[in-house]
Write a protein that binds this ligand. Sequence first.
Ligand code: G3P
Length: 216
Amino acid sequence: MKFFADTGDVAEIREIQAMGLLDGVTTNPSLIAKSGRQFKEVIAEICTITDGPVSAEVAALDFDGMMKEANVLRKIAKNVAVKVPLTVDGLKACKALSSEGTMVNVTLCFSPNQALLAAKAGAYFISPFIGRLDDIHLDGIDLIGEIRQIYDNYDFKTNILAASIRSANHIKDCALIGADYATAPPAVLKSLVKHPLTDKGIEQFLADWKKTGQTI
Ligand code: G3P
């Protein structure tokens, strides 16, 4: 499974990279607003930090507007993945952009049928939002499993990029199902390594080692 950092904060991205966990980055208009920076500038900087895919989302809702904005975004760097919403116009833009060889991330996916349409439109990534389904008392992880089964049934090449991840358990469940990628807030990625019994075990080993009076 590949990990993307889901943030527009370059300091956080560098931290995840230093941990050896960074395979790419996803952003969205809310994350860019939170960064407080100019959109194109922060995407350009992120693309110098990683050579993995960096998702940059269009703001237009109509096909022509999406294509115009996509042209701006994909010129920023070769590893930009253009993010479009799961709408009729978004799917049309996905088909047009992917046929030109542009990496497209179709986002705001909440149903298996939406994911099926995105794959048929040539999406490179599909972003099903787990946390937001959980928020309305549905099971976001079920959606990942259904998309996995549909994509495997028809050998679709679209990558499942699990998104709206809120916990280490989401990562675990996505890995058990076989999501290709997971994009998560850096805090969630950093939490993966933690376990209280590991900390307790290290503490005990060191205490016992100290008693030997030896050094290595
Ligand atoms: O990449 C999508 C992600 O940023 C959405 O997460 O927690 O706002 O549902 P969340």
